[in-house]
Design a protein around this ligand. Sequence first.
Ligand code: ADE
Length: 235
Amino acid sequence: MHFYVVTIFPPMFDALLSVGLVGQAARKGTIRVIPVSPRDFAVDKHGSVDDAPYGGGHGMVMRPGPITDALDWIDACEEKPPHRVLLTPQGAPFNQTTARRLAQHHAVSLVCGRYEGFDERIRSCVDEEISIGDYVMTGGEVAAMAVIEASSRLLPGVLGSIESTYDESHADGSLEYPQYTRPPEFRGMKVPDVLLSGDHKKISIWRKDQSAQRTAERRPDLFARLNARATKRGA
Ligand code: ADE
């Protein structure tokens, strides 16, 4: 899968690609992350990509030209134009379902805004807008990295075993059960007996219970959605 990232800070992506499973996926060629700087598409000799807002106000606004030219250039690199995503706090909340959907695309262009904002007309040149949470960062780069992280680990061959994604939090709309490893007792805290019992049926029931309990306590919004789904199915 190819991730093109329209960013004025390409070096921000070096760390992402040098470590961990995403770095390994990049080295193996399962993913490619290609930062593209809008400065390379600026029309003046200073490579300026921003300008003062019409109507006045503080801060600078990213010009539409360098970004849309970068996107068009990216389209020409692929047989089929990549799916275009704009990272913005005004976008739809990013979640596991979106990560799964994006991972189906052969290529995605991720547009990172900077400065005080971007020209509204950029919005009409993308397929969707994504936010990674209700807070404002100085730019979309960290959001783009979250999208790359969450989507690429769902691709075949990126994780050790694809089963790792079956039980994890958000896989089925609930939070994952608690996990333990050795030692059996740590600072007075014991591993639950059931996990040491070797009874796989009991362990599976315990994990399901724990997962439901956790979801209800920590994410009542997810729990309500799970219950609504179960009621609809007649469970
Ligand atoms: N750019 C700045 N803040 C953002 C956010 N919360 N999500 C996506 N892009 C952003």
